[in-house]
Design a protein around this ligand. Sequence first.
Ligand SMILES: [Zn+2]
Length: 409
Amino acid sequence: MIKIEWFSEEMQNEYTETIAKKIREKLKKEILKFPDDIAELFREKGSVSEQKIKEFLKMKFYNVENNKALNHYISRCTLISHCLTDINKSDFNKWKKTNSSKVISDYLDERFKKYNEKYPENYPLTYPTDASEENWSENFKNKIIDTVLLEPFKTVFNYDIINDKFRHKLMNSLNVPVCPYCNRQYITPWDDMEGNKKSTADLDHFFPQSEYPLFALNLFNFVPSCQVCNSRMKLSRFLDKNGNRPIYPYDENFGDDAVFKASTTYGGEDPKRLLEVWLSESIDDLKITLKIQDNIDEQYKDKIEQSNNLYHIEKVYQAHKNYVSELMLKKRIYDDGEYFKTIQNIFSGFEHEKLNQFSEDEDIVYNVNGKKLTITKKQLELFLYGYNWENGQDSTRPLSKLTYDILKR
Ligand SMILES: [Zn+2]
């Protein structure tokens, strides 16, 4: 929900220098198994090119979404993942009895019917059909997933190619102090006993490796996140049933398009009622909602909704009711101008002369011991609320989006 800066040019180059050669060696062996349009992305004058691999690894997300072959690849993986949900473990026992490759392949043809109707020629699926293997009963689904979805991409773009140290270096280079998905958890660099740079962040794959293995090593796909958001991603489906992805934190944020609101069960958004919640400590009467604006682009709306579903944003934010009710009280005092009056008193010990008339919207300029001293509106807010927003966003502290929405809207 919070926008973050992408990798520096320098880091991008270091990254691609480090791994492109190794990928080229693997790709040379596997490229004939790639669909033609994907294989072409890595070829220069007919042979596998290190330069092309580098370009692919640091491709911007915008260019990925607008590349015909890659866009097509995303659709295919999504459809395969949908088909895979129809396969269940108990089915295996039926096959085992027959021990017939024909039965298995008929069964899989039926499960992948939607796929086979849509991509009949250029992107055929090959299934494992050998029913005689001993350990099939435990692994049969994995084996199918491996064959129809992961290989040959998994072998070439293997995430293990990046060692632990380099992964931490990548993450720390981004300087993201709070999880951009939930804006709740700090993600922090630290030094271990040997002085190695570590990070409490997980390196999340925006497109999950388990469904889109071609993107396992793309920089566009690496998002530093908290462990909760990273593992939640693995449990839920990345795209909604209409193919909408969540908000992409390098390019997009909730901003003004989705806003946290506080309301009471009996008085709606009436500020007086909201204040009563705090005064009477009846926190159960408070509700926090994520309101998506009506007048925005439909597709963007769907993406925000998908983010909300995937990271359970609205649900987990109910845990911050107490915090919100405290904010409401502070806001009330602030709106009454009490806070500014208090600030004036803080400087009463100085020999000072206030140069401008008190106003909520202006910086306050003091003359302290002959020097002009300005207290900016921003500093006052930082002092009171602990945040420093720029264009409605403070990516350095948890709950900054919630705080901004409650106080400033
Ligand atoms: Zn998170």
